[in-house]
Design a protein around this ligand. Sequence first.
Ligand code: FMN
Length: 172
Amino acid sequence: MMSAMDLKPRRVLVTYESVTGNTKRVAEAIAAVIPGAVLLPITEAPDPGEYDAVFVGFWCDKGHASEAADAYLKSHPSYPFILFGTLGGVPGVGYSVTYENRVREELTAAQVPFRDFRLWQGKIDPELVEKSKARFPMTPERLSRIAAAATHPDAADLKDAQVWALEQLTGS
Ligand SMILES: Cc1cc2nc3c(=O)[nH]c(=O)nc-3n(C[C@H](O)[C@H](O)[C@H](O)COP(=O)(O)O)c2cc1C
């Protein structure tokens, strides 16, 4: 079992882009288990070179990494970022896999040598659900997907994010 005592890097930045709070909650959970970690919104993120490890969190915006985080990553090629994110879909299933692969491919093409990329589910803003009804019919499957996302990120997700984050820093 990893503990904060085993951490190797000393200066750690956790930066995130979040509109409805899901990615921010994951970022806060991660920063909370890393002693001395600096937690900043992506708009205030300094040059990653000032840190030994940089976690960058973003949300899935219509199948792409949210814009400000994407721009930050691509404007610092060659830094080995550690990536995390939230999305409405279930990580590892169907469309979420397409999204994850797309982000990986785009960053690789932009020569951003990220170390890992983990996703957690995040509730979908009710206003967006309302607006998208016109474009996407509310099938029973869609309604149940939205309902399933509504409780995330939950306590288990946040704990999982903390374990994952410590593993990133201990290199195991
Ligand atoms: C404009 C918009 C577009 C979205 N597009 C997708 C999408 O393509 N796929 C998906 O799984 N979730 C999508 N979502 C859901 C968000 O990625 C999810 O709710 C995320 O956790 C929001 O993060 P935040 O609370 O940190 O802003 C979208 C949400 C919004 C508001």
